[in-house]
Design a protein around this ligand. Sequence first.
Ligand SMILES: [Zn+2]
Length: 297
Amino acid sequence: MPSEPLTHDPVVEISQVEELADDLVVLPNRGVELVPNIGVIGGDHSVLVVETGLGPRNAEKVLAFASEYAKGRRLYLTTTHFHPEHAFGAQAFAGEATYLVNGAQAADLADKGPGYLEMFRGLGAQVARQLNGVEPATPDLVYDDTYHLDLGGRVVQLRATGRAHSKGDQVVSVPDADVLFTGDLVETGRFSIFPWFPPYDVDVSGLRWIEVLRRLIDTGPRVVVPGHGDVSGPRLLADVRDYLELLRDETWVRRDSAMSEETIIAEVEALMTERHPEWAGQEWIGKGIGCFCTEHA
Ligand SMILES: [Zn+2]
């Protein structure tokens, strides 16, 4: 989510479908802000869609693609977390797909969905238009920690990671193809998104996020599909972990010297943009620093 009004329409385009493995494709976000990478994973009798796009009109396009792709196979939908461009189109799948998520995400959707809808409507006329008519979607199936979804000849693992980028993050892995969908736990070519909006939203945890990334690195996926940005390999997980660890260390060393948060942000922001001059989303560095300041031991 950007902190300034968007000047473009956050529209899901179906034009460049990327095949990652047999019967497994991604609708890439093409670097467009507020458009997520969307996965479509097929098995013998069922197809799982990962992410909806922002609002019902984007989701209808995704559903139309998935229905054609599925050729009569049963449809499932899941979302990596409750943020609007990932989950606020789920209503378009009602009656067409079984929507399943982890319990913590279902709670986020119910508790924080309405507030985020309001916040995102303030991000410009085009975003507000895409959010027109959004209704809170209720998942059909809610699991606790892990769910093995049998698509027929292919079992997909849905795993709640515990609080990190949001309270209800989950990852989706396809073991037979070694593909991992991370949602916003990982982005390519941009600074990690810290939805740190005290006092309204302080669920993001930099420390837990680092732990989650360490565990994901241990699973050793061949292909990593980030929430936004290019599909990549396992190095991407390590790059994001390294960034978060550096952000933590540079914040804490200044916190130890009793520097003001304002000065810490100015100094560490400069350091990080120097380290990653090509990364987008510089506005998230300061929010990450704010989060790590409160997590300082
Ligand atoms: Zn997010």
